[in-house]
Design a binder for this molecule. Structure first.
Ligand SMILES: [Zn+2]
Length: 152
């Protein structure tokens, strides 16, 4: 057991406690795992990669975004929740890796082992099939109705 400082009131509490004994701040939340994203390579379209970086990282200066893309691997963003990291990664796939951010230096994060990203593409394909299937069923239904009417 170790003592940590409560991020809310600053008093010492056990790192095993679910909430701060002084102010009730939920500590499990504060200790939630953090993630970082590293851009490994760029798209075949160099300019579009820069523009995506600029847009997603909200960098005002084009040159600054270009500089980042010119020096790969580059740390895109750190200290993200898992969901935020996966969401941001979706704009850069497959040129990006997700790593755990345990407060290492930026340089250490660049070479940190990557965590596999959830396969969102597969999910999208399944959703597409579901939609296509529904459309096909409707078309077949209309055809059957027209056929029936023409017979009658
Ligand atoms: Zn506290």
């Amino acid at each position: 057991m170790a003592l940590i400082h409560c991020p809310e009131c600053g008093k010492e509490v056990s790192n095993q406690a679910a909430a701060c004994i002084h102010c009730g701040y939920p500590l499990s939340k504060a200790q939630e795992e953090r993630f970082a994203l590293v851009l490994l390579s760029r798209d075949s379209d160099y300019v579009s990669t820069i523009l995506t970086v600029q847009e997603r990282l909200q960098i005002d200066d084009y040159t600054q975004a270009k500089n980042l893309v010119d020096h790969l691997p580059a740390l895109l963003r750190r200290d993200l929740s898992y969901d935020a990291a996966v969401e941001l990664a979706s704009s850069f796939r497959p040129n990006v890796k997700l790593v755990r951010d345990r407060g290492e230096t930026d340089e250490a994060l660049l070479t940190a082992p990557d965590i596999p990203l959830p396969d969102s593409q597969e999910k999208k394909a399944q959703a597409g099939l579901g939609f296509g299937g529904t459309v096909a069923a409707v078309i077949v239904g209309i055809f059957a109705a027209v056929l029936l009417l023409s017979i009658l």
